[in-house]
Design a protein around this ligand. Structure first.
Ligand code: ATP
Length: 139
């Protein structure tokens, strides 16, 4: 199961810019099925927990402030080879380096406000999905 799933969230810059629908359309057109979806907002503390792996990085506090600044749309997605294929679909962290046609190339504002998150491994996809969704919601 885990190898066919990934976790994503549309970040505050893209939600507030009204790009949620356009981004979900690209995700579905790329063959991903939506398993779970919600609109929510993180507190700075919850954002800090989600990005705890980055707590020694210089941008950590700024990232937590940004990620709690508005609504986000977390989702669990399903597709063969989901983690790798989704990282390709969203493109590089820095939108200036993201391939044309990728979600970050099309919608990201900066290396921080980069429109969307994608899990980097099957293990993290499962952990991150469970951060936002109960077992009952992950049918
Ligand atoms: N140099 C930076 N300055 C500011 N913010 C950054 C920087 N590098 C990364 N970030 C922010 O931290 C997030 C996590 O960084 P990471 O290196 O894990 O990138 P990623 O794996 O492409 O992104 P994500 O985990 O969100 O999919 C980035 O998506 C971005 O929002």
């Amino acid at each position: 199961m885990a190898t066919n799933r990934t976790f994503t969230m549309i970040k505050p810059d893209a939600v507030s810019a009204g790009n949620t629908g356009a981004i979900i359309k690209l995700i579905e057109e790329a063959g991903f099925k939506i398993v779970a979806l919600k609109k929510t907002q993180l507190s700075p503390e919850r954002a800090g927990q989600f990005y705890a792996v980055h707590k020694e990085r210089s941008f950590y506090q700024e990232l937590c402030t940004y990620m709690s600044s508005g609504f986000i749309v977390p989702m669990i997605l399903e597709k063969n080879n989901a983690v790798e294929d989704f990282r390709k679909l969203i493109g590089a962290t820095d939108p200036k380096k993201a391939e044309p046609g990728t979600i970050r190339n099309l919608f990201a504002k900066s290396i921080e406000a980069n429109a969307i998150h994608g899990s980097d491994s099957d293990e993290n996809a499962a952990i991150e999905g469970s951060f936002f969704f109960s077992q009952l919601e992950q049918f």
